[in-house]
Design a binder for this molecule. Structure first.
Ligand code: AP5
Ligand code: MG
Ligand code: ZN
Length: 219
């Protein structure tokens, strides 16, 4: 089914399950998945100017500067496929990004419908991130504990050899978590004040988290 104009933000620390839940949400509600992390990784793979610049930050676990990130998202939101709704996974991550997004979505009369915030405790985030494996070719994501590929170390979809993301070490995760605490967490208050925030317990099993999100979004 299709709900037009469902414009969502999915927030949460690294490993909270943003990418995992995004796949399920965009498929059920037929909206576009916009992950700034994926966009930066794709741009780096293609060695674009933005990709190379962003990698200087992503490879250290730091946030990419606001001006670069905001420009990338604005350009993407203007594309036709976003007209029937989109899910922003990992954007905004700073107050400056949130304010820019507000201004922009108001200017194109396509305001944010809801902000879903996932959370999980520190030990679980470390476990999930260090056990994640990804396909460098098609982008599919796996987990050594909860989402194993059919053949160990091999992508189910394209048979490529699975790898770890270069920022998925415990040391870089530490920096990413720090960035989340300092720069992104204040957004919870920002969206709560606007009456848009819904918190979902990301510690539950994948299907249960999704059931809670679908409960919030409705049929
Ligand atoms: P990004 O790619 O967004 O990384 P992140 O925010 O650190 O989040 P992750 O993708 O690591 O985690 P996730 O929440 O998607 O979890 P997933 O579902 O994969 O950003 C990367 C970098 O790009 C940033 O560090 C920054 O440098 C830059 N960047 C991006 N956006 C930016 C912005 N707006 N501004 C500035 N810079 C920006 O799950 C993780 C693992 O757990 C998987 O293996 C999965 O299978 C498993 N799992 C998921 N859910 C469950 C569950 N419920 N139970 C058990 N296992 C689970
Ligand atoms: Mg992700
Ligand atoms: Zn693959």
């Amino acid at each position: 089914m299709k709900i037009s104009g469902l414009n969502l933000i999915l927030m949460g620390p690294p490993g909270a399950g943003k990418g995992t839940q995004s796949e399920l949400i965009v498929s059920k509600y037929n909206i576009v998945h916009l992950s700034t992390g994926d966009m930066f990784r794709e741009a780096y793979k293609n060695k674009t100017k933005t990709g190379l610049l962003a990698h200087e930050f992503t490879s250290k676990g730091q946030l990419v500067p606001d001006d670069v990130t905001i420009a990338l998202v604005k350009e993407r939101l203007l594309q036709d496929d976003c007209k029937n709704g989109y899910l922003l996974d990992g954007f905004p991550r700073t107050i400056e990004q949130a304010e820019a997004l507000d201004e922009f979505t108001n200017s194109i009369s396509s305001p944010i419908s809801k902000v879903i915030a996932l959370d999980a405790d520190y030990n679980e985030l470390v476990k999930r991130i260090t056990s994640r494996r990804v396909c460098p070719v098609c982008g599919a994501s796996y987990n050594l504990f909860t989402k194993r590929p059919l053949v160990e170390g091999v992508c189910d979809h394209c048979q490529s050899k699975l790898v770890q993301r270069d920022d998925d070490t415990e040391a870089k995760l530490h920096t990413r978590l720090e960035a989340y605490e300092k720069q992104t967490k204040p957004l919870l208050d920002y969206y709560a004040k606007k009456g848009l925030l819904v918190k979902v317990d990301g510690l539950q099993e994948i299907e249960k988290v999704f059931a809670d999100i679908a409960g919030v979004l409705g049929e």
